[in-house]
Design a protein around this ligand. Structure first.
Ligand SMILES: [Zn+2]
Ligand SMILES: [Zn+2]
Length: 426
């Protein structure tokens, strides 16, 4: 029997991968420009890192984690998100002892045992950026500015920034109590999950997709009206810094985010590019996470971008596939040997060259060059070779010119440079 991939686990094939590489390249460039450094963390962690960090009463921890017991009896979990692991690494390696402020990013796969559906996988990819060690609202605005700048650089349009404040450990319990009181009166309307959430984590009811739950929570009290003076002051400053950076925003009092550890600033970016509203990414401040996982009292803020969604929103007219710069069509043993010598030189210069390994007819070689979308074809014929010449054909304009073989490296390098320049401009 042919072995297939596991359900919910996806291959990213060569003709798609250019988009992923592009997004990753832009992320690295933009984030490092903002002073962030990459961190690479393990895919597997102890289960309690997530149950304590993300919160027991969240959908992720309750239902969606890939958790198993290893041969030594340890409970391990494939990381469902990156923030908790990044915080663990920051504590474990005492990154704060060098400088209390750490700006980190991480790109890689995450795992959640969700029902697989179109565009949603059990192994999915995220780009995460986090700042640890600063509670100042200026950093909230800086992180959001970097996010918006990144999304625009990638080519996304019609973006809307939505923000909210979720309060802190002093004022949030007050709101939680109010929300619980409000929803208890409507508990007959709530689904089974939300009946339970009402006692464990009533804020999660905002995320429920069940129609009666949505109705029940429609007029619920809003967290923004219950936050303390310090939280209100923090939020006002975030808004001020966003305005100073020229960033427009919309207040969304119903945004509570899916994870327990968020405090104060929460944000989401939605795109209206495809007509309807699409949440592209979100994040927020989490000033309690470090203490939950047994660390010091260290504030943090960050965001995670789902790469599958992002890649699906990339401009359709941009070319992400790397076609060969040159195809060498060679006939006869002598010329193929010459082609092999040339191709190796060109490869060392970073010029993408293909040739026909089978010694097929010129016609079939030209057909393959066309199919591979090579920009140029170098035709090496026995007669031309004797004269030290080859024919260079521009596959787009169909113009041909004879060039000296000794000059190939220079000529091709010049032409390819022009093509690459053109690609970058678009
Ligand atoms: Zn507060
Ligand atoms: Zn519900």
């Amino acid at each position: 029997m042919e072995i297939k991939a596991i359900r919910g686990f996806n291959d990213i094939l060569p003709d798609e991968v250019g988009k992923w590489q592009f997004v990753e390249e832009v992320a690295r460039e933009v984030f490092e420009g903002f002073g962030f450094s990459e961190i690479r963390i393990p895919i597997l962690e102890r289960t309690e890192l997530f149950s304590r960090g993300i919160g027991e009463a969240t959908d992720i921890v309750e239902k969606e984690m890939y958790t198993f017991t290893d041969k030594s009896g340890n409970s391990l979990t494939l990381r469902p998100e990156a923030t908790a692991s990044m915080a663990r690494a920051y504590l474990e390696h005492q990154i704060y002892s060098f400088d209390p402020v750490a700006k980190l990013y991480c790109i890689g796969p995450m795992f959640r045992y969700e029902r697989p559906q179109k565009g949603r996988y059990r192994q999915f990819y995220q780009i995460d950026a986090e700042v640890f060690g600063v509670g100042n609202p200026m950093v909230d605005a800086e992180v959001i500015l970097m996010l918006i700048h990144f999304l625009k650089r990638v080519g996304l349009e019609k973006l809307e920034l939505q923000i909210n404040s979720l309060g802190c450990r002093d004022c949030r319990p007050l709101y939680r109590g109010e929300l619980k009181k409000f929803l208890t009166e409507k508990s007959f309307q709530l689904c089974e999950d939300c009946q339970r959430r009402l006692h464990t984590n009533p804020l999660r009811i905002f995320d429920c997709k069940v129609e009666t739950c949505k109705e029940a929570i429609a007029d619920a009290p809003q967290v923004i009206n219950f936050i303390c003076n310090e939280c209100q002051g923090h939020f006002n400053q975030v808004k001020g810094y966003l305005e100073a950076a020229g960033l427009g925003y919309v207040l969304n009092p119903r945004m509570v985010r899916g994870l327990d550890y968020y405090t104060r600033t929460a944000f989401e970016v939605v795109s209206y590019q495809l007509g309807s509203q699409n949440a592209v990414t979100g994040g927020g401040r989490y000033d309690n996470l470090f203490q939950e996982i047994g660390g010091l009292d260290i504030p943090g803020i960050g965001f995670a971008i789902g790469m599958e969604r992002l890649v699906s929103l990339l401009p359709k007219d941009k070319a992400f596939v790397r076609y060969p710069h040159l195809f060498i069509a060679a006939m006869g043993e002598e010329t193929i040997k010459e082609a092999y010598r040339i191709i190796n030189q060109l490869h060392l210069q970073g010029i993408r060259v293909e040739l026909d390994y089978e010694g097929k007819s010129l016609k079939s070689q030209m057909r393959r060059a066309d199919k591979l979308k090579a920009q140029y074809v170098l035709i090496l014929g026995r007669e031309e070779l004797k004269r030290g010449k080859a024919i260079l054909r521009n596959m787009e304009s169909k113009l041909q010119e004879e060039i000296p073989i000794s000059d190939i490296l220079n000529v091709v390098r010049e032409k390819v440079k022009g093509v690459e320049q053109g690609n970058r401009d678009c």
